[in-house]
Write a protein that binds this ligand. Structure first.
Ligand code: ATP
Ligand code: MG
Length: 343
């Protein structure tokens, strides 16, 4: 059973991916018996760079209790919509007028391809991956914890809106298609339609229609399950640096995501280490500006756990680098303190 889904959000470049990966490493050290999956929701994946190893579009083992995946939404969308698309094509081809036009057949085949799947639906596929991770099928790994590395705020909010709407998106997509071939149908006179009627297989069409309807219902159910899961075990952590733009952004992100997921913590990343602030004037000045923002951020997010992390001298890359960043962020905090933080 998935116990928790940690979601890291915030402005571009503030360290969301690094903190996601560092958190995954720390939790995998602290909880050897839990199965942890780190999942990239950003189409511009960079988990491979952070872990300094090849992470594929399939679930890739990193350690005995830690796995990672950088899903390919195109491939995933194709996999999930293949059946539906096949049925749609069949239905079109069974239509009394449309199905009999040779040029339409080609159009149908070209229209329903993975490239034609709306981006919104493709993005929903990242969430489908979470549902797969939840599956009780014994051949699959059952994950206890999921860590989701999200894209910057705007895309993050758009992502949260999708799961519940994916059936609607699919419907709209099919309707658009019907509209696009409507003109071709109009060109046929009533007479031609009457001539074709005896060859019309209404029963077959009804059956296909029912199958498509059932698939839409299934898609809708999956969407509802995702929303419910995010609602019940999702935990958002906003990442910022001690500067105005990213501070403003996490305030917006807090408001925009409120109805989807519980906000449980915030990270102030890349602070100038205190010992350096003392040593040079430049660092000292930057540091005192940062401390003003730290004060404001703590004040604004009083009810939340705030983690501060210094800027490390070396880029936090590879297992050791990420562990170092994890130590910098969480110190000796227990796994429970990380998973269920209190201010
Ligand atoms: N505490 C830190 N100390 C030193 N370097 C850091 C720290 N946190 C992040 N970095 C570095 O900052 C850069 C940006 O980090 P990262 O890619 O994690 O940000 P992001 O918020 O995920 O960016 P994007 O919005 O592009 O996804 C990387 O080069 C990363 O190694
Ligand atoms: Mg990132």
């Amino acid at each position: 059973m998935i116990e928790k889904i940690l979601v890291f959000g915030g402005k571009g470049g503030v360290g969301k991916s690094s903190i996601s990966a560092a958190t995954a490493v720390v939790l995998s050290d602290l909880l050897p018996n839990k199965k942890i999956l780190i999942l990239s929701f950003d189409i511009a994946h960079n988990l491979s760079d952070l872990f300094a190893c090849e992470i594929g579009k399939e679930i890739t083992p990193l350690r005995t209790n830690l796995w990672a995946i950088e899903p390919d939404p195109n491939e995933y969308a194709e996999h999930y919509t293949k059946n539906l698309i096949e049925k749609m094509k069949q239905l079109m081809k069974e239509m009394p007028v449309i199905g009999k036009l040779p040029q339409i057949e080609k159009q149908i085949d070209e229209m329903f391809t993975s490239e034609s799947i709306p981006l919104a639906l493709k993005n929903a596929m990242f969430f489908q991956q979470i549902l797969d991770a939840e599956k009780s099928d014994s051949s699959e790994i059952q994950f206890d914890l999921i860590i989701a590395d999200f894209p910057p705020t705007g895309n993050m909010v758009a992502l949260f809106e999708i799961p519940e709407d994916q059936a609607k998106v699919m419907l709209k997509y099919s309707l658009n298609f019907y509209n696009s071939i409507k003109d071709a149908i109009r060109k046929f006179s009533k007479v031609v339609r009457q001539l074709i009627r005896p060859f019309d297989n209404i029963e077959k069409r009804k059956e296909l229609g029912k199958e498509i309807f059932d698939m839409m219902v299934e898609l809708e159910k999956r969407g509802e399950r995702i929303t419910e899961l995010i609602h019940s075990v999702g935990s958002l952590r906003l990442v910022t640096i001690a500067e105005k733009p990213s501070f403003e952004e996490i305030k917006r992100a807090r408001d925009l995501t409120k109805k989807y997921i519980t906000l449980e913590g915030a990270h102030i990343n890349m602070l100038i280490p205190k010992e350096h602030a003392k040593k040079c004037d430049f660092c000292g000045n930057v540091s005192s500006i940062q401390q003003k923002y730290v004060y404001d951020i703590r004040n604004e997010f009083q009810s939340l756990k705030i983690w501060e992390s210094d800027r490390l001298q070396e880029e936090p890359i590879g297992l050791e680098g990420l562990r170092k960043l994890g130590k910098e962020i969480y110190g000796d905090t227990s796994a429970d303190g990380i998973l269920n933080p209190h201010p």
